[in-house]
Design a protein around this ligand. Structure first.
Ligand code: NAP
Length: 239
């Protein structure tokens, strides 16, 4: 496809797609993670200033198609994308990755928001948080009977009864097995991202019989076209 594309990224799939696109495409990142420097397409970093800022950008750059390949929990940018596309009258296509589904023997419990999560965690002693940076803001609230491990992109100093692990996926099954044993965790906390690169932890929880507390997925806006698989998007883009 020769249309001028704006690709909103921050996921493995977005980077995979960006690698196939040429200099007429703009690949946009929020700037929280690694910024690749080996792409043929143009890379820009940082927010646009809400839906209005994004609409201005689309207009100014002559963008003909907006591609939303952001993370399923990055709801704000997805809402901004849908609104901006509507404002300027360009189509918005989104990759909406499906969530993970529990299998036989899985003990998955869905929770909504931090308060519900902490209530659900009360019976446990060693939660392993793999749900982003939010727990870091609550490290001073760790209940006396708990030890927390938080895995997120960047490590930082942790108070007593906590460990913060800086790591980015993909995570390998054997390494996850060894980590769960070392941590002696008794419950896993996760988003339901549906990504293969972070899925092995769920298998380890299954093998060890551990419950998993999953943060509920946010509602995402309707867009011009939704794709469940990257291959279907490649096909629609004739790549
Ligand atoms: P968010 O809450 O939906 O967005 C917050 C703000 O960040 C947006 O309003 C926008 O700022 C800016 N932004 C987000 N994605 C952008 C992009 N691709 N290009 C330019 N600006 C962007 O997002 P978030 O949850 O903080 O996630 C930030 C980024 O990390 C996203 O790109 C997402 O794909 C990626 N990510 C998120 C998660 C997660 O669990 N949330 C996990 C893995 C990766 P303005 O309003 O100023 O435009």
């Amino acid at each position: 496809m020769s249309a001028r594309l704006l690709l909103l990224g921050g996921t493995t799939e977005a980077l995979r797609l960006a690698r196939r696109l040429g200099p007429e495409t703009i690949y946009s990142l929020a700037g929280l993670g690694r910024v690749p420097d080996d792409l043929a397409c143009r890379v820009r970093v940082g927010g646009f200033g809400g839906a209005e800022g994004l609409a201005d950008f689309i207009d100014r750059e002559g963008i003909e198609l907006l591609l939303d390949l952001t993370h399923p929990y990055a709801a704000q940018i997805s809402h901004n994308a849908a609104r901006a596309a509507e404002m300027v009258g360009v189509p918005c296509w989104a990759l909406r990755r499906s969530g993970w589904q529990p299998g036989p023997g899985d003990d998955w419990r869905e929770v909504e928001g931090w308060d519900e999560l902490t209530r659900a965690l009360a019976p446990f002693e060693r939660p392993f948080f793999t749900s982003g940076r939010e727990p870091l803001a609550h490290l001073h609230e760790i209940p006396a009977h708990q030890h927390w491990t938080v895995r997120c992109l960047q490590s930082e100093l942790a108070p007593p009864r906590a460990e913060v692990i800086g790591a980015r996926g993909p995570f390998l099954l054997d390494e996850e097995r060894a980590l769960f044993v070392r941590l002696r965790c008794d419950v896993l906390v996760s988003k339901n991202s549906g990504s293969a690169s972070t899925e092995p932890k769920l298998q380890v929880a299954r093998e060890l019989g551990l419950p998993v507390l999953l943060l509920r997925r946010p509602q995402l806006p309707a867009v011009t076209h939704e794709f469940a698989e990257l291959d279907a998007l490649y096909e629609a883009l004739s790549l």
